[in-house]
Write a protein that binds this ligand. Structure first.
Ligand code: RIB
Ligand code: CA
Length: 306
């Protein structure tokens, strides 16, 4: 059984990724770690704890970094995910679970060592916790089998014309991860902007009428309403990163050498992919470049209606 930790800034699309992964029989989720991103860490971690109790996912939930490595960035009112991070959805507060006492980076390290090199990571927010684990524990990176992340873009951006939010929020952390030697699969905007759900998908979820499928349908409905108000479309950024790990055949990938721009008034947070091999470095990232969205949607719905 594959072993996975999800490090996330829950977040509406992070929640969909967790719901799908929790229903996937190919993996054992060993924990959820929280990071400042879409909303502040206290909201993110509360969302993770409440979500896990709500769906019966009995795993450790950890607090994590409340600011990036080198800046004080914290999202206040986030148009995309709302004030609490789950849009208009209010989950019951967890009554029977509390946070694991370990901070994310320590939990990540201890779990990685206990898994003897078999631990995989799904990272769907800024990479602050992962970078801290790499920096604090010299043998952490050597014990990660594969890290799948939603972030960056070979072409384009969503914070501005050339930076994607997760990388832009903590570019120094992303640089540490990219230089770590960990096997990396990047699911960036090149594919996630095409990972759009439909009203028919919502109907299929409502028809199943389970706690997971109804919550997922509520989140998608919030996203449709947001889109109608001029906000982001019903895009499954983070669930697509989960698919890279759990349904890899719905995408095609290219291996490239990549680094992150950390300076520059207009370019900070840009993920530079050396597609022409100008710098002569061996590839360090396998980047998803093409998506079969029908295949992805079918997989995601199949996970959410289990
Ligand atoms: O740019 C999209 C990413 O930023 C997603 O992970 C979303 O949840 C936000 O964290
Ligand atoms: Ca996210």
């Amino acid at each position: 059984m594959r072993k996975l930790i999800i490090d996330c800034d829950t977040g509406t699309d992070d929640a969909i990724a967790i719901l799908a992964a929790a229903n996937c029989s190919d993996i054992e989720i060993l924990g959820i770690t929280s990071v400042n991103g879409n909303v502040s860490e206290n909201h993110v971690s509360a969302n993770n704890l409440n979500l896990c109790e709500y769906i019966g996912l009995e795993v450790p939930v950890c607090h994590g970094a409340f600011v990036p490595l080198y800046s004080g960035f914290q999202n206040t009112e986030d148009m995309t995910h709302g004030a609490t991070g789950l849009g208009t959805i209010v989950l019951p507060s967890a009554e029977h679970h509390s946070f694991d006492p370990r901070i994310a980076s320590r939990f990540l390290y201890e779990t990685a060592m206990a898994c003897h090199g078999e631990l995989e990571l799904l990272v769907t927010g800024p990479m602050t916790n992962i970078a801290l684990a790499i920096i604090q524990y010299p043998d952490f990176a050597l014990n990660i089998r594969h890290l799948y992340f939603m972030g960056g873009s070979v072409i384009g951006g969503n914070v501005n014309t050339n930076a994607e939010f997760n990388i832009w929020a903590d570019p120094e952390a992303a640089h540490v991860v990219m230089m770590s030697g960990i096997k990396l699969t990047m699911v960036g905007l090149d594919v996630t902007l095409k990972a759009i759900m439909t009203k028919e998908d919502v109907s299929a979820l409502r028809k199943r009428n389970s706690r997971t499928s109804n919550l997922a349908a509520d989140i998608l409905d919030f996203m449709f309403e947001r889109f109608a108000r001029g906000g982001e479309n019903v895009i499954m950024h983070d669930a697509l990163a989960a698919a890279a790990a759990l349904c890899p055949e719905c995408m095609e990938y290219e291996s490239v050498w990549m680094d992150v721009e950390r300076s520059g008034d207009y370019t900070r947070g840009h993920t530079f992919a050396d597609l022409r091999g100008r710098f002569g470095n061996p590839p360090n990232v396998r980047a998803a470049m093409r998506l079969d969205n029908d295949r992805f949607r079918a997989w995601l719905v199949s996970m959410l209606v289990k």
